[in-house]
Design a protein around this ligand. Structure first.
Ligand SMILES: [Cu+2]
Length: 103
């Protein structure tokens, strides 16, 4: 019984943790090859508070998973520019419900 309770408490804790994480999707203009993908990946994996970077050449998108202290949209856009590309659209999704803000 005690173990059961611990498991429940632990899962509740995990849900709270992931609720604070956000997924940021950036449409990027100018990606043409694997080297582009690589430079964007490197750019974002060096950023603090980004836990996962997923760059899709096919969809011309960068998907970032952030922790609760999400870098602001301007910082993300600037990082794309620094890597040599143009950020077209940034969408922020909080957990499963999307309250996306387009910019
Ligand atoms: Cu390239």
């Amino acid at each position: 019984m005690k173990v059961f309770l611990t498991v429940i408490l632990f899962s509740a804790f995990l849900i709270v943790q992931t609720a604070q994480a956000r997924t940021v999707e950036v449409e990027v203009y100018g990606m043409t090859c694997a080297f582009c993908v690589d430079s964007l990946e490197r750019k974002f994996s060096n950023m603090e508070s980004i836990s996962k970077v997923d760059v899709s050449l096919k969809h011309k998108k960068v998907r970032l998973v952030t922790d609760e202290t999400m870098p602001n949209i301007e910082t993300i856009k600037q990082a794309v520019l620094d890597a040599g590309f143009t950020p077209v659209k940034v969408t922020v999704q909080s957990n499963s419900q999307s309250n996306g803000q387009d910019q």
